[in-house]
Structure formats: structure tokens, C-alpha cells
Design a protein around this ligand. Structure first.
Ligand code: F6P
Length: 350
């Protein structure tokens, strides 16, 4: 093998550069390959563009800062026009004379790359990344842990100001159609209510829960974590439409203000892309190192169309078809974490 390509696809997240660093280090130090970055995912293949990441190992010192840098030095695109230009992408891949490709992406990107690999007979290995953590067959995708830490810190900060003013803080978090981010950070950040797309809830019950906190425990403030996709688990289609129109966090705030038996002072924080920024956590760096190293070994062994997964504290290999058949994966309402939240007195729906 002469030339290994690497690209990052879909929304960025902390830890992508750490994966690039691990792949380049192992590919150069152990196997002596050239590694080239493909800028802006498949758009780079269309444009036949590449960024040399190694020259027989001479550049290794230059990539050291990648360990801690957020985002991706390769750039990324979310929804390109790849599927309508498949032959051009395949031609671009051939023109760049790549012998194999490692793609770091969420389930959407991995599906497209897997299709291209089948049609173009590429040797391709995928690495899961997304703060949403909705790629199946892996306990963690790159970026999830850092995002959970970021939200947890935000919840801790908001708790102090909520308590000082007897307010209900509604915190809208990302996650697309999955509630993993909301559930993990809500428990870690001491939320009183966690609303996710996978479990139906009623605003009347949320208000009842807040009233109980006040009547039984004297708690005059509360932290409500709402997943951006939680409009899916509202009781009626009308409510869902309304929530989409005004934004999930704002909708919950309006409804609580209307339905609560006590006057409540709500404030809404939409954390937005702050959740995707920042330096990667130690765990994300560790997973990046392990998955990057394993992906390179799979390429060396001639394997293709597999994803490296993080399971039980180590890297494992799963066929991409199996991953894609089960993705995106949602929160299981019967999971230990949901039960834990409930046992701790957090309202998580019906
Ligand atoms: O998939 C990651 C994610 O951050 C989601 O949580 C969010 O819904 C979406 O991307 C935001 O996408 P964009 O950066 O295109 O606004």
C-alpha cells in the first residue's frame, strides 16, 4: 500500500484531529505509508484535492498540536451533492491514486462512503464520530464525551444563577432525533427534568413535578434539560408543530409558564454549537487514539467496509452494513440510565 487517504465528513466535533493524528502516526511509524487528507469530505474527491499529512514521517512533529485542537483541519461538509455525482467522485478517487481510505463520520456519512466503496471497489474503513452518539454498534462515537462534559458544565453554571433567582432554567441541547446527549448530561449535571424524543411526556406532569419539588423539598428553582428533538414525543401533532415553530426550549418554557399552578420565572438557554466546540476530553482523545490505530491495522490486513467501534473499553470491528442497518440508534426507554434518572427523582416522561 502506498497512499492512504483520510477524510472527515458531516458536522465537526472535538476529537477529529486527534483521530487524524493517530492515523498518521501509526501509518507512518509502523507501516511507512504516505497519508493524504481529503479536504471537505467527498467535495475534495470531486475537486481532486488533497493535503499531504506525511512525507515518510518527516511531518510527524508538525501534527503534534492536533491532539488538542477542536474541529477538523481537513474541513467538512454536512450535506454535499455526492449522491447525484457518484461517478465524478469515483473518478476523483481514482485520479488521486488512493490505495485505501479512512472516513470519520456519523451514520449518514458512513452510509454514503460505504455505498461509494461498494461501487468503486475501494478499500474503506469507517470511524464513528458525532456528538449525538447515535451510530449503532459502538458505545461511544468520537465527540460525544466532550459534548456531554460541555453541557454538564453549562448545567452546573446555570444551577447557581437559577438558585439565586428562584428560576426554572430550560436548557435546549442538541442530539438530532436522539436523546443521548440530554440524558447523559442531564444526569451528570443534576437536572430535575429531562425531556427526550424517545419517551413521551406531558407538560402537565412536568409542572406537577416542579410543584412537588417546591412543596416537598422547598426547591424554588429547577433545571429542565430538553433535547432539540423532543417535539417528537409530545402528545399531539399540533403541539409538535408549535414546538418546531418556536424552538423546543422556548416551547417548553411557554407551556410551563402557562400550565404551572405557581407563577414561574423561566429562562431559556439554547446551547447550540458551543456543544460542538472546544478541546477534546481525555476519553475522546483515548478513543481517537485507539480507533485510529485499529483502523490503520485493518487497512494493513486488507479489510474493508468495516467500522471500528468502542465497546467495553476497547476497539472492536463491525461490518458497516450491520452498523447502518441499526443506525441511527435511540435511547432505550428501558435502559439502566433512564431507570437511574427516575430512581434519582428526575422526571423523564411517562
Ligand atoms: O449531528 C450533530 C449536530 O450537531 C446535531 O446535534 C444538530 O442537530 C446538527 O448537527 C446541527 O447541524 P448544523 O451544524 O448543520 O447546524
Amino acid at each position: 500500500l502506498e497512499r492512504l487517504g483520510i477524510l472527515t465528513s458531516g458536522g465537526d466535533c472535538p476529537g477529529l484531529n486527534a483521530v487524524i493524528r493517530a492515523v498518521v502516526s501509526h501509518a507512518v511509524l509502523t507501516y511507512g505509508w504516505h497519508v493524504v487528507g481529503i479536504p471537505y469530505a467527498t467535495r475534495g474527491l470531486l475537486d481532486r484535492a488533497m493535503m499531504p499529512l506525511s512525507l515518510h514521517g518527516l511531518d510527524l512533529k508538525g501534527i503534534d498540536p492536533l491532539l488538542t485542537m477542536g474541529g477538523t483541519i481537513l474541513g467538512s461538509i454536512n450535506k454535499g451533492d455526492t449522491l447525484s455525482r457518484i461517478q465524478e467522485v469515483l473518478d476523483g478517487y481514482a485520479a488521486l491514486e488512493l490505495d485505501a481510505l479512512i472516513g470519520i463520520g456519523g451514520d449518514g456519512s458512513l452510509a454514503i462512503l460505504n455505498q461509494l466503496a461498494t461501487q468503486g471497489n475501494w478499500q474503506f474503513i469507517g470511524i464513528p464520530k458525532t456528538i449525538d452518539n447515535d451510530v449503532a454498534c459502538t458505545e461511544r462515537a468520537i465527540g460525544f464525551d466532550t459534548a456531554v462534559n460541555t453541557i454538564t458544565e453549562a448545567l452546573t453554571r446555570l444551577t447557581f444563577t437559577a438558585a439565586s433567582h428562584d428560576r426554572v432554567m430550560i436548557v435546549e441541547v442538541m442530539g438530532r432525533e436522539a436523546g443521548h446527549l440530554a440524558l447523559h448530561s442531564g444526569i451528570a449535571g443534576g437536572a430535575d427534568v429531562i425531556l427526550i424524543p424517545e419517551i413521551s411526556y406531558s407538560i402537565a406532569q412536568v409542572c406537577q413535578h416542579l410543584a412537588e419539588l417546591r412543596d416537598r423539598w422547598g426547591r424554588r428553582f429547577a433545571i429542565v434539560v430538553v433535547a432539540e428533538g423532543a417535539h417528537r414525543s409530545l402528545e399531539s401533532a399540533n403541539q409538535s408543530c408549535e414546538a418546531i415553530k418556536c424552538g423546543m426550549g422556548q416551547y417548553v418554557a411557554n407551556e410551563i409558564a402557562t400550565c404551572s399552578p405557581y407563577p414561574v420565572d423561566c429562562r431559556v438557554s439554547v446551547l447550540g454549537h458551543i456543544q460542538r466546540g472546544g478541546i477534546p476530553s481525555a476519553l475522546d482523545r483515548l478513543i481517537a487514539a485507539s480507533l485510529g490505530k485499529t483502523a490503520v491495522d485493518l487497512i494493513a490486513n486488507g479489510e474493508s467496509q468495516k467500522m471500528v467501534a468502542w465497546q467495553n473499553g476497547h476497539a472492536e470491528t463491525v461490518p458497516l452494513d450491520a452498523v447502518l442497518a441499526k443506525s441511527p440508534c435511540s435511547v432505550d426507554p428501558a435502559s439502566d440510565l433512564v431507570q437511574t434518572a427516575r430512581a434519582l427523582g428526575i422526571y423523564t416522561g411517562k
